[in-house]
Design a protein around this ligand. Structure first.
Ligand code: KIV
Length: 275
């Protein structure tokens, strides 16, 4: 069984939670990207990304909604299953959509579906201290969990929009405490979105689990971007942390490879991408 898991279609063994922990310990940057279908998954695999997220950002970039709120569990499962077919080495993470983790039991049932039907190896959920019991329950059932802090897109109607989080000391302090609590509850990865670079650096140094950032500065253990931003497909005004990796490249594969290499070599993000 292990042989099949490790060798399926890849010369290198698949990325696991243990791989991510080792990368943090050795200071190797974790190159992560979102993906929503099998064809792009094959490119992301060939570009050698470490982590692939089937994000609920699919509600915005695939379905055309203004927020991620309308995305359903079935939507994520559908896209996750397609992505899983295109991947061999990267670690596959899937988002738990809005209101799919309202209690430990609901979260467990839905995480189970993401893994069994979608092929996800880790589930990601948004939230701070209020999600500690859920993370603990999932981790207690041996489900790998990523806790998403900072800007939480599922909460935009409550928080008032897509804004940088943690500029005020009280909010930053709460985020530091939440990150620790979620790690202690069993989260295997923490994802930080849209926070000041200094806070990203401090939380990363404080935690023993890997921290992946998006708009969280250069010092997190890894970076993640939305595939369609990497390829400059997303129309309209871009967030400050986005870089168009198609510049100077003539194929989606070359653009994704440029992103992966830029994360690994620490060429991305630079000061211009930070808050
Ligand atoms: O849904 C998503 O794509 C995400 C990333 C922005 C991290 O959560």
């Amino acid at each position: 069984m292990y042989t099949q898991l490790q060798l399926r279609g890849s010369a290198r063994p698949p990325v696991t939670v243990a791989t991510l922990g080792r990368m943090k310990a050795e200071g190797e940057k974790i190159a992560s990207i979102t993906c929503y279908d099998a064809s792009y998954a094959a490119l992301v695999d060939e570009a050698d990304a470490d982590v692939v997220l089937v994000g609920d950002s699919l509600g915005m970039v695939i379905q055309g909604h203004d927020t991620t709120v309308p995305v359903t569990l079935d939507d994520v499962i559908y896209h996750c299953r397609a992505v899983a077919r295109g991947l061999s080495r990267p670690f596959l993470m899937a988002d738990m959509p809005f209101m799919t983790y309202t209690s430990p039991d609901v979260a467990l049932q839905n995480a189970m579906r993401l893994m069994q039907e979608g092929g996800a190896k880790m589930v990601k959920l948004e939230g701070g201290a209020s999600q500690v019991a859920i993370v603990e329950f999932l981790a207690g059932h041996d489900i790998a969990v990523c806790a998403h802090l900072g800007l939480k897109p599922q909460s935009v109607h409550k928080t008032g929009g897509f804004r940088v989080q943690g500029r005020e000391e009280a909010v930053a302090d709460q985020m530091r405490r939440d990150a620790k609590s979620l790690q202690d509850a069993g989260a295997d990865v923490v994802l930080l979105e849209c926070i000041p670079a200094q806070l990203g650096k401090e939380i990363t140094a404080d935690l023993h689990v890997p921290v992946i950032g998006i708009g969280a500065g250069p010092d997190t253990d890894g970076q993640i971007l939305v595939l369609y931003d990497v390829l400059d497909i997303t129309p309209g005004r871009k967030p400050r942390f986005v870089q168009n990796f198609m510049t100077g490249h003539d194929s989606p594969l070359a653009g994704i490879q440029a992103y992966v290499q830029a994360v690994r070599s620490r060429a991305y993000p630079t000061a211009e991408h930070c808050f």
